[in-house]
Design a protein around this ligand. Structure first.
Ligand SMILES: [Zn+2]
Length: 328
């Protein structure tokens, strides 16, 4: 049913069982990091619930009128909601509620897909809650979010949760090679991707003025080492360099966190190092840091990541993080 989604057998099998048993709940919450197939699974499930194919094993067929409309995002009863700017606004939910007053145009099951559910503020969340409490006829909701703890508790309590896992490093490496990436780059990028195929593919995209991902990672490692070693390192310049784009900043913090993780685990188990192709450099730095100070850095990077995700000032979060790391 979901043959183009990789490495998510468990959640996809649960979804298939719900459909087969006629027990599809009116609200599902798909959780898991970005770039592992949650949105694609939501679209595929909407197709499966409305596919006109006769043979159950070929559902969704991607060929029938309904599947084609959903794939082309022209189906009148598949209603996506995405953040407008950085949040899902109450006006968007009010607009959705107006549409839901009318019966589905042609779908057996109308599907509302809410992307980045965690970007709803309490007002838009409360507005959505009303329709979740009394779902309209022939209508279901698929809410998508990185993690359940970021979703408003009142919304969470109305949904059945389906968890999607980060992909294994080996799976990402194999998929990159299948997509034409050379083996050396696939090895390094699979370490940087932190389980996200979407991030891995994005890192491998060739764009003007974008450095090679492995060169960029090396640059980040050197920046972290400079930050750790203090000296004349300019904290404000560090924050300025990486505060241009929110998504890019989050990616940078994930990579920094992977270095810290490697520095922590290296003395105990060299085989579990993620950034294996720079293992020598990691060994050199690892010996000069205590586990306690590395854990403290990991906490500071995680706090900056959480702050930025919650729409705090990117620049301020980075400056605070860098100043505190320098003080360790
Ligand atoms: Zn179909």
């Amino acid at each position: 049913m979901f043959d183009i989604i990789t490495g998510q057998d468990e959640p996809l099998s649960r979804l298939m069982t719900m459909k087969k048993n006629g027990a599809v709940p009116h609200a599902l919450l798909f959780t898991g990091i970005d770039g592992i197939g949650k949105s694609l699974a939501a679209l595929s499930y909407a197709m499966a619930l409305n596919c006109k194919a006769v043979e159950p094993e070929s559902v969704p067929c991607r060929q029938c009128r309904s599947c084609k409309k959903i794939l082309g995002e022209t189906h009148p009863d598949i209603l996506p909601i995405r953040p407008s700017g950085s949040i899902i606004k109450i006006a968007q939910i009010r607009d959705l509620c107006q549409k839901l007053l009318i019966k589905p145009v042609e779908a057996a099951v109308r599907v509302v897909i809410v992307h980045d559910t965690h970007t709803m503020n309490p007002e838009s969340g409360n507005a959505l809650l009303k329709v979740l409490e009394e779902p309209p006829d022939r209508t279901m909701f698929i809410l998508i979010s990185d993690q359940a703890s970021d979703v408003l508790p009142t919304i969470l309590s109305r949904c059945q949760r389906v968890s999607f896992s980060p992909l294994s490093r080996g799976s990402i490496k194999d998929l990159l090679i299948q997509n034409g990436v050379d083996a050396h780059q696939a090895e390094g990028v699979s370490a940087m991707a932190c389980g996200s195929l979407g991030r891995a593919l994005s890192l491998c995209e060739k764009k003007p003025n974008r450095p090679d991902p492995l060169v960029f990672r090396r640059f980040l490692f050197d920046e972290l080492v400079s930050l750790i070693r203090g000296g004349t390192f300019d904290v404000l310049s560090f924050a300025e360099k990486f505060s241009q784009k929110k998504d890019q900043t989050l990616n940078v913090l994930d990579i920094l966190l992977s270095f810290i993780r490697d520095l922590i685990v290296h003395p105990f188990d060299k085989d579990t190092v993620i950034n294996r192709d720079i293992a020598d450099e990691i060994e050199n730095i690892s010996g000069s840091m205590t586990t306690a100070s590395l854990l403290c850095m990991a906490d500071l990077i995680t706090a900056a990541h959480q702050g930025i995700k919650a729409n705090a000032s990117v620049r301020l979060c980075l400056e605070t993080m860098a100043i505190q790391i320098k003080r360790i």
